[in-house]
Write a new protein. Structure first.
Length: 431
């Protein structure tokens, strides 16, 4: 067995050691008082995804059974909820996605029906706004900023754009007959709240931003919304969605800065001394998805050149071996090496250039080197937040924990053997 697959199995062994005694799930991390979580971001739903990939790789006879048991627990949980967030990370859209992935893996209609129910409850919470719909709810990240209040949430990570991508996924997989109409309504509202900029179109993370935070990249800014609009164009053929997506990409690239032979997009426009994230949230591994999608749709090589330019900028920092301000001691899917490695594999598939696989292999080597193995259990003790590098946790979930690291290692290792096991999130381009 190649080393990436071995490391992935050891990561799953760590997750299993965090099994909860009272329900079909796992602790958020390996601390004694860590409780349950079912979300896609850091809970059972993300672990289910890794288990389905482990099963697809043919490496574990128990993985599918575990995933199904956890999925049944998730299904019971969501069907008993009256309100959940619009956030794909923690709310209705993420649960709809994982329940349908279980339906695809098992053929069970109850999982698919539960996914459809999640979408219906998501749309029941939507507000008619302008020409479309949106969601007004308690603003995200209050626990970090200390600011509270209800806002309309726009972005890909925790808002309407992310929900729209799940709706397109649902349309593609026949989860709900209204999914495409709902996605269109989401995009109509997002087009209304777009801000005209001399360089294109941009979006804030939410309405009435209470603090200076204009992010050009994927998670909270123009690149993420633009990616949704490009995806909607694929399903509708309407040129105005593609035009807006290209305007979003032009805006995002206008906020890039030279970095060696490449360029990197700043984390926020307001920073006097720009910080350049490298991961999926605010770096090339996220923003590059919009550029690859536009290249695939239009055939214009300039978009592919822009994606290459961002990867060149990433390498110019010395990554993945050298850690910069925007590539701190984090190795996960959101902010770290796993997300960069996943995108490098996508670049290899889109370009046929083996140099990108080399980047993915380097990311895996760094990840494995920064992990700890005890009794066959591999964990990553790392910092979720850039400004809290000394607050270290070994998480179990997908975006910041062992499940996401295992997912990347499985994808890399299986592809080395000519297999495809990745179950991509709704915000991931087709390989």
């Amino acid at each position: 067995m190649n080393p990436q697959l071995t490391a992935a199995k050891e990561a799953v062994a760590f997750i299993r050691a965090q099994k909860l005694e009272s329900q079909a799930g796992w602790k958020r991390n390996d601390e004694a008082k860590s409780g349950a979580d079912r979300s896609l971001y850091r809970g059972s739903s993300g672990v289910i995804l890794a288990l389905l990939e482990l099963h697809a790789a043919g490496l574990d006879d128990q993985a599918l059974q575990e995933a199904v048991a956890a999925g049944e627990d998730v299904m019971t949980y969501v069907l008993g909820k009256d309100w959940l967030s619009v956030s794909p990370s923690t709310g209705w859209p993420g649960y709809a996605f994982i329940l349908n992935e279980l339906a695809l893996a098992t053929g069970r209609d109850d999982f698919k029906a539960a996914a459809a129910t999640c979408l219906e409850r998501l749309m029941d919470q939507a507000h008619p706004l302008g020409a479309g719909v949106g969601w007004i709810e308690p603003m995200p990240f209050s626990e970090i900023t200390g600011m509270t209040g209800d806002r309309e949430i726009y972005d890909q990570s925790v808002g309407a754009a992310g929900a729209g991508l799940v709706l397109l996924y649902a349309h593609e997989h026949g989860v709900h007959p209204k999914a495409l109409d709902w996605a269109r309504a989401v995009c109509e509202r997002l087009l209304e709240v777009a801000e005209d900029d001399p360089d294109g179109l941009r979006w804030r993370m939410m309405s009435d931003m209470p603090f200076p935070f204009t992010a050009p990249n994927f998670a909270h800014g123009g690149a993420g919304v633009g990616y949704l609009l490009a995806r909607l164009h694929r399903f509708t053929g309407e040129g105005r969605y593609l035009d807006a997506a290209m305007a979003a990409a032009n805006y995002t690239m206008s906020r890039s800065h030279p970095m060696g032979s490449g360029r990197l997009v700043c984390h926020t426009e307001e920073a006097r001394n720009p910080i350049f994230y490298l991961g999926a949230c605010h770096g090339p591994a996220g923003t590059g998805r919009l550029l690859l999608e536009l290249y695939d749709i239009t055939g214009d090589p300039n978009w592919l050149d822009d994606a290459r330019t961002l990867m060149d900028g990433l390498l110019a920092t010395g990554a993945p071996e050298t850690r910069s301000k925007g590539f701190w001691n984090n190795y996960g899917q959101c902010c770290g090496d796993a997300g960069v490695g996943e995108f490098a594999l996508l670049m290899e598939k889109r370009t046929g250039e083996a140099a990108y696989r080399d980047i993915a292999l380097r990311c895996a080597q760094v990840m494995v080197g920064q992990s700890e193995v005890t009794d066959g259990r591999r964990r990553w003790l790392h910092a979720e937040h850039r400004d809290r590098p000394d607050f270290l946790q070994a998480q179990t979930g997908y975006m910041q924990g062992a499940a996401g690291m295992a997912s990347f290692l499985l994808n890399l290792g299986a592809s080395q053997e000519g297999k495809s096991v990745k179950r991509p999130l709704p915000d991931w381009p087709k390989a």
